[in-house]
Design a protein around this ligand. Structure first.
Ligand code: G4P
Length: 286
């Protein structure tokens, strides 16, 4: 069962994207390192076709470092070139050019042999909403040419950006919708903020997140909230977190809405440490 949430304009932008791709030397697929599986649109390969491709793992600062390695290895085994970056701080962004040049080595050499002057590499950045496309473009241009914003699904106008002698980027919306035919993927997208909180019920999102943390990162819950996650059920955990963090209503009841918000905020702002919300189980269940 697929959850229909993406706006129709994304289909239109997909057609445009395929057109624009013809002009490109290379495509950069931006993934969220916290959800390296769920942030990959399964149709992307069909969209990208035979175009040289580099997968950029973004937001590695927010993800679990050990899982970063494993997922990068996974994609490399699938035959992709990869690079881990952090678009916000700029980590490894200066390595993108060398990596792209390496991938395009033969083409560049061919053009040089034909006596053509070395020209900027034409590249397009694509990815699901909120994965960091605008942030990366800003980082690459080191200017405020494009605006970033935390509004998933907002399309921005198309424009060419000449980064420098190295790159010419197309700031298409480049927006791919995440496809989720499993709830696991839907929750992973919701927890990381890739889809709006309204699409899945907040209490379900938090329940999923807490169950996941209890299973894979119980110590983080202990460190952050001082709770013994393994010996508590879900509601007991919410209650203890609510009491410890003062999320109490007038009648001495737990303010669950506030507890939900603080848990999601903690996860998204790395207060629980780097966490990766995709496991290999998702691949197996394909
Ligand atoms: P998009 O164009 O793909 O939709 O995404 P955009 O660049 O707008 O980025 C979405 C949010 O993700 C932004 O945060 C941005 O700062 C953040 N972000 C992008 N790359 C990274 C990264 O590598 N690490 C971290 N930690 N965050 C990243 P925002 O909520 O709009 O607020 P702000 O942080 O920009 O103030």
């Amino acid at each position: 069962k697929q959850i229909q949430w993406f706006p129709g304009h994304m289909f239109k932008s997909l057609r445009e994207m395929k057109e624009k791709l013809k002009l490109m030397d290379i495509v950069f697929i931006l993934l969220d390192a916290r959800i390296p599986y769920s942030s990959m649109n399964p149709n992307v390969l069909e969209i990208v076709g035979m175009k040289p491709t580099l997968i950029l793992f973004n937001k590695t600062d927010l993800a679990d470092p050990n899982k970063n390695k494993a997922w990068i290895k996974y994609y490399q085994e699938q035959g992709f070139y990869t690079l881990d970056i952090d678009a916000q701080s700029g980590k490894n962004v200066n390595k993108i050019y060398d990596k792209a040049s390496e991938i395009l080595k033969e083409k560049i050499e061919r053009e040089e042999k034909r006596g053509l002057k070395r020209r900027p590499i034409r590249a397009m950045i694509i990815g699901i909403p909120n994965v960091g496309k605008s942030t990366l473009i800003n980082q690459m241009t080191k200017s405020k040419a494009t605006k970033t914003g935390n509004t998933p699904g907002v399309t921005k106008a198309q424009q060419w950006i000449k980064v420098n002698e190295q790159f010419e980027l197309l700031d298409t919306p480049g927006v791919l919708w995440p496809k989720f035919d499993s709830l696991d993927v839907g929750f992973a997208l919701a927890i990381t903020g890739a889809i709006k909180d309204k699409i899945l019920p907040t209490d379900d999102i938090v329940k999923y997140a807490i169950d996941y943390l209890k299973k894979y990162y119980p110590n983080r819950l202990k460190e952050r909230y001082g709770i013994d996650a393994l010996n508590l059920d879900y509601v007991e955990m919410l209650d203890q977190i609510g009491i410890k963090r003062g999320a109490i209503l007038k009648a001495n009841e737990i303010d669950y809405d506030r507890v939900y918000t603080l848990i999601l905020t903690d996860i998204r702002s790395k207060n629980l440490g780097g966490i990766t919300f995709d496991t290999y189980n998702k691949l197996i269940s394909l």
